[in-house]
Ligand binder design. Structure first.
Ligand SMILES: C[S@@+](CC[C@H](N)C(=O)[O-])C[C@H]1O[C@@H](n2cnc3c(N)ncnc32)[C@H](O)[C@@H]1O
Length: 357
C-alpha cells in the first residue's frame, strides 16, 4: 500500500508542478508578446539590416530545449536534488501579480522609447560617477534607472521572467545541484557561500530554502538591489549583506567554501571579468568551488547563435557579445581555478570551477 500511496502523492505533486509552470509560462509569454510588439524590429525604419554572422534560428530545437528544461526541473524536484520551488508551493498573490503586471506594462513603453532613442546613459551623472565605476552607470537593457533605483530593483525579476517567457527561475535552479555537489559529504552548517551580483536575492533564497544551515553572504554594487535582497532574505538568520564591487569586495582572503554568480559576467567589461575571476580565486578556500551561471555562448547550441547575436542589438547589452565569445576555462584558469563540470539549461550555461588546493 505504501508504494501506491507514494505514487499517488508523487502524481499529485507532478500535476501541481505542471499546472503551476503552465500558468507561469502563459502569464509571462503574454507580457513578452506585448513588450516585443512595443520594441519593434531590431533596426529602425530605413536603417540597413544587420549583417548576420550566424545562420537562422532553429525554432524546433528552441521549443524542445524549453520543454527539456522543465522536464529536468521536475526530475530534480522528484529526485530530491532540490525542493519544489517556493513559487509553486504557495498560492500566488493576485494583488502582487496585478501590481507587477501593471508596473511592467507601463514601464515597457519607456523602455521601448529609450531603445528607439538609443538612450543608455541616463544614469551617468557627475554625482554617480563619484560613487560607481563608469561601466556600471548605464541603462543596461534600456531599463529605467539602470541598476540604481528601488523601482528598477522591484521590477527586475518580472522583466527577466518575461524575457525568458517564464523559464528564468527554472534555468537558475539548474545551478542548485552544483551547490549540492560542492556540499557533498560536508556539514552545510560549517560552510559559507557568497553570491556575487546577487540582485534581488532570489537565487540565495532558493539556496537557503534547500540548505538552511549554510552561512550566506549577498554582495551587489546596487544599494537598491541589495535592499531588495534584504527583504527576500528577511527570515534568514545567518546572512551578511555587502555593497561592494565584485572586483574589489574587501572581504578576507580564503573566506568562502562556495562562490556563485548568476547572470553577472555578461554585464561586465572584459578587463573587469578578469578582475572578478582573480577576486573569486582570492576569496575561495583551497579546494573551494565556484559555480558560474550565465548565458550560453556561441557554439553551445549552434541553432541559437543568432539569438545571442541579436540580443545586444535589441537591448543595451554592451558586453554581451564579447562575453559570448569568451573562453571561460582560460578566464578562470588564469586566476587559478580549474573547470570541473558543465551543463546547458535552455539559454543558460552552468560551469563549476575548483580552486586548486
Ligand atoms: C543581471 S543582474 C543579475 C541579478 C541576479 N544574480 C539574478 O540572478 O537575477 C546583475 C546584477 O549584478 C550587479 N552588478 C553588476 N556589476 C556589478 C559589480 N561590478 N559588482 C557587484 N555587482 C554588480 C547589478 O547591480 C545587478 O544586481
Amino acid at each position: 500500500m505504501a508504494p501506491l500511496n507514494a505514487m499517488i502523492a508523487n502524481g499529485a505533486k507532478r500535476a501541481a508542478y505542471s499546472a503551476g509552470q503552465a500558468a507561469r509560462v502563459l502569464w509571462y509569454t503574454g507580457h513578452y508578446a506585448y513588450g516585443r510588439r512595443l520594441m519593434g524590429p531590431l533596426t529602425d525604419p530605413g536603417e540597413a539590416p544587420y549583417a548576420e554572422e550566424f545562420g537562422p534560428l532553429d525554432r524546433t530545437r528552441l521549443k524542445t530545449a524549453f520543454r527539456e528544461l522543465f522536464q529536468r526541473d521536475w526530475k530534480n524536484v522528484e529526485a530530491g536534488s532540490y525542493k519544489m520551488p517556493v513559487e509553486l508551493r504557495r498560492t500566488p498573490s493576485f494583488s502582487k501579480l496585478w501590481r507587477e503586471s501593471r508596473d511592467y506594462l507601463l514601464d515597457a513603453r519607456k523602455v521601448a522609447q529609450r531603445k528607439y532613442a538609443r538612450a543608455h546613459s541616463e544614469v551617468l551623472t557627475d554625482a554617480m560617477r563619484e560613487k560607481y565605476p563608469r561601466y556600471y552607470l548605464q541603462n543596461f537593457h534600456y531599463q529605467t534607472d539602470g541598476w540604481l533605483s528601488d523601482a528598477s530593483a522591484a521590477r527586475y525579476d518580472m522583466q527577466v521572467e518575461t524575457l525568458f517567457t517564464g523559464s528564468a527561475a527554472a534555468m537558475r535552479r539548474q545551478a542548485l545541484p552544483f551547490v549540492g555537489e560542492a556540499l557533498k559529504g560536508r556539514d552545510a552548517g560549517a560552510a559559507s557561500l557568497l553570491d556575487l551580483g546577487c540582485g534581488g536575492g532570489g537565487f540565495l533564497a532558493d539556496i537557503h530554502d534547500n540548505w538552511p544551515m549554510l552561512r550566506l553572504t549577498a554582495l551587489d554594487l546596487s544599494p537598491a538591489y541589495l535592499g531588495r535582497a534584504r527583504t527576500a532574505l528577511g527570515g534568514v538568520r545567518d546572512v551578511t549583506f555587502v555593497q561592494q564591487p565584485a572586483e574589489n569586495t574587501r572581504l578576507p582572503d580564503a573566506s568562502f567554501d562556495i562562490i556563485t554568480s548568476v547572470y553577472l559576467f555578461h554585464e561586465l567589461p572584459p578587463k573587469v571579468r578578469s578582475d572578478v575571476a582573480a577576486e573569486i580565486a582570492r576569496l575561495l578556500k583551497p579546494g573551494g568551488v565556484y559555480v558560474h551561471t550565465d548565458t550560453i555562448q556561441y557554439g553551445d547550441e549552434p541553432g541559437f547563435d543568432i539569438l545571442l547575436e541579436n540580443f545586444p542589438r535589441g537591448f543595451h547589452e554592451p558586453y554581451y557579445d564579447s562575453y559570448c565569445r569568451a573562453d571561460l576555462p582560460a578566464l578562470f584558469g588564469e586566476a587559478g581555478l580549474k573547470k570541473s563540470d558543465e551543463t546547458l539549461a535552455f539559454l543558460t550555461k552552468i560551469t563549476s570551477f575548483r580552486k586548486l588546493a
